[in-house]
Design a protein around this ligand. Structure first.
Ligand code: HSE
Length: 321
């Protein structure tokens, strides 16, 4: 019987300028560091219930009461699912190693949720399986952000560049990404809540913006399938969120101009911010952008910047005993 499972779930960037609520990519620093959350589930003595501890760089930013933590809430929700199937849930000690800052635009809550559900299902011999886990991850993410959107959960869980479908029983499909793209991903250290960043968006859009959005997203997907890098990069322009959200991120407009001068294929807001991403094909230029952002964009000691590739693996069990 499995006693202990440790799962990792990577950071992700949702929207990617062209696909508001419908695109997301998992990220992996090229220097080998982890950029994500780990959740460990260990069997506890029967009757002891569920206990939870938080550790890691960004643990201090989490709710003080562990029962308010999404990982603990994930345990309760998982238990309910198991009970509905006539099965019992183990008593567990859960440890969340919080590597991602909350409200950062890096899919921090999705990362905790995905690592938690993956660890819980692995220690229960995968009772829910992939589809059941994905449903539960979506529900939990929806509890935090107010509405279910899979643009962080799907790339975080499956890895790669994911297009959200939510039709015909399909939640998401992986797109062929550009393997040479380097994603300079920078968190300035400032919190932007997704709910607040959604509340400033217009309730309705002009017809021309709707058509531009549809045209660019469809063209981007086509460019991925045909591996037309120039077309894909040209499509990475946002008419839905960025014009309204840029004001929430001090230094974003200047950083984008700097990126352009360095040859960036595109620069945009990561999810609902405050992180931004800038895409390069040249490591030297990406490194210069990283240095620029570290010097000029990061506002406090919580900020960081990584040169990333798309994490094609996604969430995975890193330890099982
Ligand atoms: N797509 C969401 C938004 C954030 O930009 O509001 C991530 O789910």
């Amino acid at each position: 019987m499995v006693q202990k499972v440790k799962a990792y779930a990577p950071a992700s960037a949702a929207n990617l300028s062209v696909g508001f609520d419908l695109l997301g990519a998992a990220l992996r620093p090229i220097n080998g560091q982890s950029l994500g959350d780990f959740v460990t589930a260990e069997l506890a003595s029967p009757g002891s219930g569920c206990t939870m501890v938080t550790v890691g760089r960004f643990a201090k930013k989490l709710p003080v009461d562990p029962k308010k933590n999404i990982v603990y809430i994930a345990y309760q929700a998982y238990k309910k699912k198991l009970n509905a199937l006539g099965k019992t849930c183990h008593d567990l000690k859960l440890t969340l190693d919080k590597g991602l800052p909350v409200c950062s635009g890096l899919g921090s809550s999705a990362s905790s949720v995905v690592a938690a559900v993956l660890a819980l299902d692995a220690i229960h011999e995968n009772v829910l399986g992939e589809a059941g886990c994905l449903d539960l991850m979506g529900e939990l993410e929806g509890m935090i952000s107010g509405s279910i959107h899979y643009d962080n959960v799907a790339p975080c869980y499956f890895g790669g560049l994911q297009l959200i479908i939510e039709e015909n029983g399909i939640i998401s499909e992986g797109l062929e990404s550009f393997k040479n793209w380097l994603w300079v991903s920078c968190f300035p250290g400032i919190k932007v809540s997704t709910a607040a960043a959604r509340s400033i968006l217009p309730a309705q859009y002009r017809r021309q913006d709707v058509i531009t959005y549809g045209r660019r997203l469809a063209s981007f997907v086509h460019a991925c399938h045909t591996q037309n890098e120039k077309l894909a990069a040209a499509c990475l322009v946002d008419v839905i969120a960025e014009p309204y959200r840029a004001q929430l991120i001090p230094g974003f407009d200047v950083a984008r101009e700097y990126g352009k001068a360095q040859g960036a294929l595109a620069t945009g807001i990561s999810g609902s911010g405050s992180s931004i991403f800038s895409i390069f094909t040249n490591l030297e230029a990406a490194s210069e952008m990283k240095e620029y952002l570290e010097r000029n964009f990061i506002a406090n000691e919580d900020g960081f910047c990584h040169i990333c590739k798309i994490d094609e693996v996604g969430a995975n069990v890193v330890e099982i005993a």
